[in-house]
Design a protein. Structure first.
Length: 57
């Protein structure tokens, strides 16, 4: 997983484990992240741009 994705998840997901800054990258302790990912619903390839936004229609 890239540090960009770790940063994105840390900003968007309130349940994401704490993130540590290492140089210019961000990292997460896998021992803390594993339960988070195990409980998370897989959404591979989901096209969020095709979903209705809350303010549409």
């Amino acid at each position: 997983m890239t540090h960009q994705r770790v940063s994105q998840l840390a900003q968007q997901e309130p349940d994401f484990p704490p993130v540590v800054q290492i140089g210019r990258s961000k990292a997460v302790d896998y021992r803390l992240a594993r339960p988070y990912f195990a409980a998370r619903k897989s959404r591979q390839g989901e096209r969020t741009d095709l979903k209705d936004s809350p303010g549409s229609k």
